[in-house]
Ligand binder design. Sequence first.
Ligand code: HEM
Length: 464
Amino acid sequence: MAVLIVVCVVVVMLGFCICTALLRWNEVRYRKKGLPPGTMGWPVFGETTEFLKQGPNFMKNQRARYGSFFKSHILGCPTIVSMDPELNRYILLNEGKGLVPGYPQSMLDILGNCNIAAVHGSAHKAMRGSLLAIISPSIIRDQLLPKIDEFMRSYLSNWDGKILDIQERTKEMALLSSFCQIGIASDTKSEAFKAEFYKLVLGTLSLPIKLPGTNYSGGIQARKNIIGILRKIIEERRASSSSQNDMLGGLLKMEDSRYKLSIEEIMDQIITIMYSGYETVSTTSMMALKYLHDHPRALQELREEHIAIRKQKGPDDPIDWNDYRAMKFTRSVIFETMRLATIVNGVLRKTTQDMELNGFVIPKGWRIYVYTRETNYDPFLYPEPLTFNPWRWKDRSLESHQHLMLFGGGSRLCPGKELGIAEISTFLHYFVTRYRWEQVGEDELLKFPRVEAPNGLHIRVSKY
Ligand code: HEM
């Protein structure tokens, strides 16, 4: 017995010594002169476990110890975390100085080499310019909003008397709505597309392990299948002489303009559009319903706004641009939802060369996590920051506050902002004018690393 105890003690002590040595070695390895303070955790894994487990508290604890600009090693890379609103703004405004998007390799492999986050300089200008041209305010008004309206009107029919997982429904809504805008007809092709798209999303959020059965391999295969479907759709379009007023039609029409894209670029652009609007639009829609459910006064004001719009129309009249512009309180609800739920925690950049930032030297290739979450809870900007208060957005100047990063900033500011808000507004319009709803059970909601209900968010829907 005594021998066993001694062996146990020796093993524990040995383990402790090895752990300490590894941690120390990893700290020394990254102890370059000029780097900001912070800890690097374990070799290879760094502090990823703590980051994922403790989430925002990990960031706040590190900030309390090291300030708003600290080093760490998360998600496989040495990373600088910036929590300083001024510095965050500077980083986003200075891509030209070598602060380019730094998204994980798995994401870039699956979204394609021409996808907007993978390209910089003139290639970025071309991809962004061609995108802005097909989602400009006048195109949303004349071409996309009528499509969104038609889709939402039909998608939100026959929900009466059902118990639904609203997370699943809003995800499907965001994807199918983008199909309509892009011009992917709802037929067997779109069913196959949908299944492949879900695999693609899973792949982008995984570790890049190319082994059979991994989410990454599944994502790579899904990309190949999606490219196959898109290529066929494009060939069919080119073979027919008629042009169509959807996003794909817009991209194909650009063949003679300065934003002419190759077929590979067009396909990556389409995948980017679907991918960028998918989780952002769906999660904001789901969380807006959650907050409205929990705040009856806000729901009443929102519903009154939509009923007033409906009253001026026939039952089958679509929502038009003027109606959308009149949805002022709805816009406030959407902004407040994005702020309080923190739909986007931050954005990633990487350095293309050694550079000085905030008095420190950041080595080439390091990732910078422009962590904007805490700004959403800044009590000076948002008094009583943990309260759902859409009325605070009545002050429209808040939307253009320089520290507001709900849609990013600088040369990468979300080009789909108005389109996304128009989609969510139209969804809410048909939902609140047709239905009332109540939450069923106590579904868990996770806020980090992304907002999600692991077992779904269930609601009982009845006719309004
Ligand atoms: C309404 C919900 C949305 C939110 C909260 C949102 C948020 C964001 C944020 C934070 C960024 C900056 C990323 C970065 O700097 O690295 C961004 C970029 C982007 N978003 Fe959105 N987005 C939304 C909807 C959409 C929609 C509907 C589209 C579809 C066209 C879209 C397309 C894009 C694209 C293509 C970029 C990259 C822009 C570039 O690199 O130049 N977004 N979005």
